[in-house]
Design a protein around this ligand. Structure first.
Ligand SMILES: Cc1cc2nc3c(=O)[nH]c(=O)nc-3n(C[C@H](O)[C@H](O)[C@H](O)COP(=O)(O)OP(=O)(O)OC[C@H]3O[C@@H](n4cnc5c(N)ncnc54)[C@H](O)[C@@H]3O)c2cc1C
Length: 533
């Protein structure tokens, strides 16, 4: 006897997506989460009296349109609006780059006529490849299997399906794809552009959540990962969910509950029960046991396999590799309540640029030095900060006339050197981040009337993001596609029968996409109906 058909560990957006699809198909589904609110890293909270903001994830693009449609998220209240400008990059010499529909080329031309001639071509190159990869996002990647059993036949067909998608690329596009998966963004951008700000625009995407130099091999893939998305059908655009990122997960929770899923909060999992080599249930923090036919985990795979599943239940080689799963984004996240909008020296006063992702990190060299400094010192003393002021698009977040801003700060060490603790340095680094913004927008520091600070350690404590990793594991080639979370387990099935992966540690990785949740649900349903096993 089981208490439920599927027990999902974690009510982040992927756990909720998986729950909604499975409940829609008629299975009994229970989701458990240790937090007080559903949504994982995509939640909105009041962080200062009267001021609400997305706590961790803060901007929408990657959320898959199929998931939005299938779960009827618009009917459940989700509304996503576009930024009026996409990105604004000020430099300390007074120059700036402002991108967005109808403005990018003109703005680039002021910095470099040569780059203006080239930027559409590069954007198209990325877009063409992102278009092909979009077709691979909602299907399991080919999984490596040993022997010639049913799984091998299934995977042979899967590999053919994937090859069929890739076959549509020209040879030149396939060469670009290889470059983007293996090379550094820095090298590729230096080959194409001369303006520091143009290179920084793309370079920022290569280091978001990636604790590495933009000149590190593999950083080009992280840049591509951020190009997959779209907002209301506009490919590559970034937008804002009215009410903050919590609006996405609240809509997902409503969808899941509407199909009958039970979402239990403040119900952390202490252990996964394994009986006769099969996952049979979980023990909650309060000692309660919940038994299920299938368990799907949306937590970081290293957390699952080194803390929740008894190590004796795992193949030793799997356990050894999982202990070395690479986490650590090097990000520091702040929310600030503002008495007034900032005014940037490079483009003073209000305007569409204040709705954009404002990137403070004016060159690839600056980003490279920021990483090196963080490695030596624990945090970069000249950090890269993205400022987003969602209250310029959404008046539900702050009192009239006041604003909220998200600061997404790159290049702090997940763990500080020399035994230093983030608890001792959190405020000092927060002051540095605010001073960094103030250097571009004098008066900003004085306008801050409330703040919330999340160091990598806080991200781990509050959200279970090991090492503060925003993607549940680095997006490096050895942890991507058929290797996410490990060769042999890219089919959302873990090494313990009945235990599945439905979070960002599975293909296609991190970001608010809903894709791993969607894909895992299909695999679980297939297994339940006896299609594959
Ligand atoms: C600071 C930050 C900024 C980001 N910015 C963006 C952005 O702007 N746009 C974007 O698309 N993506 C962004 N991301 C990435 C994105 O938010 C994540 O990749 C995504 O939300 C992960 O979703 P998930 O459902 O896979 O996992 P999570 O959201 O991490 O959910 C996992 C859930 O499991 C729960 N859990 C953990 N341990 C247990 C346990 N033992 N028992 C029960 N429950 C447990 C957690 O409480 C959590 O609710 C950001 C992430 C961070 C941290």
């Amino acid at each position: 006897m089981t208490d439920t058909d599927v027990l999902i560990i974690g009510a982040g957006h992927n756990g909720l997506t998986c729950a909604a699809y499975l409940a829609m198909a008629g299975l009994r589904v229970t989701v458990v989460d240790r937090r007080k609110v559903a949504g994982g890293a995509a939640v909105t909270e009041e962080f200062s009296p009267g001021f609400r903001n997305s706590v961790a994830a803060y901007t929408v693009s990657l959320l898959n349109p199929q998931v939005i449609a299938d779960l009827k998220l618009a009917e459940h209240g989700l509304r996503v609006v576009e930024r009026k400008a996409q990105n604004f990059l000020p430099a300390s010499d007074g120059s700036y780059l402002l991108t967005g529909e109808g403005r990018t080329k003109q703005s680039v031309a002021k910095l470099s006529p040569r780059d203006a001639d080239r930027i559409d071509g590069f954007a198209r190159e990325l877009e063409d490849i992102a278009d092909v990869l979009r077709q691979l996002v909602l299907r399991p990647p080919p999984n490596m299997v040993e022997g010639f059993g049913v799984s091998a036949v299934r995977e042979a067909f899967n590999a053919l399906g994937t090859a069929n998608v890739l076959r549509k690329m020209t040879l030149e596009q396939q060469r670009s794809l290889l470059d983007l998966f293996t090379r550094s963004a820095g090298e590729m951008l230096d080959e194409r552009f001369e303006s520091n700000l143009v290179k920084a625009l793309y370079g920022f995407d290569a280091i978001v959540g990636n604790y590495a130099s933009p000149y590190a091999a593999g950083s080009a893939y992280v840049m591509l990962h951020h190009a997959f998305g779209e907002v209301n059908g506009k490919k590559g655009a970034w937008g804002h969910a009215i009410g903050g990122m919590g609006a996405i997960t609240q809509a997902m929770a409503r969808a899941a509950r509407g199909y009958g899923a039970d979402i239990r909060l403040q119900a952390g999992v202490r252990e996964v029960i394994v009986e006769r080599d099969r996952a049979a249930g979980v023990v909650l923090d309060n000692g309660e046991t919940v038994r299920a036919k299938y368990i799907a985990s949306s937590v970081n795979p290293k957390l699952l396999y080194t803390r929740l599943v008894p190590s004796g239940a795992l193949p030793p080689e799997f356990f050894a590799r999982m202990k070395n799963w690479r986490n650590g984004s090097g990000t520091f996240r702040m929310n600030v309540a503002l008495s007034a909008l900032p005014s940037f020296t490079a483009l003073p006063g209000p305007g569409d640029h204040l709705t954009a992702g404002i990137i403070l990190g004016p060159s690839l060299g600056y980003m490279d030095r920021a990483w090196q400094d963080a490695r030596d010192h624990g945090w970069s003393r000249k950090p890269v900060v993205e400022v987003l002021i969602p209250s310029t698009l959404d008046d539900t977040l702050a009192p009239a006339g006041k604003h909220v801003a998200s600061l997404f700060c790159q290049h702090v060490a997940p763990e500080l050197p020399d035994g230093k603790s983030w608890d001792a340095h959190r405020d000092e680094v927060a002051d540095l981040m605010i001073a960094t913004v103030d250097a571009y927008a004098p008066g900003f520091a004085n306008s801050v009337i409330g703040r919330q600070i999340l160091s990598p350690l806080d991200l781990e404590r509050q959200f279970g993001l090991l090492g503060g990793d925003i993607f549940h594991g680095a997006l490096s080639l050895n942890q991507l596609f058929s290797a996410r979370p490990m060769l042999g387990h890219a089919d959302y099935r873990g090494p313990v029968r009945g235990l599945y992966h439905c979070g960002s540690g599975a293909h296609p990785g991190g970001g608010v996409t809903g894709a791993p949740g969607h894909n895992a649900a299909r695999v679980i349903l297939g297994d339940h109906r006896g299609l594959f096993r």
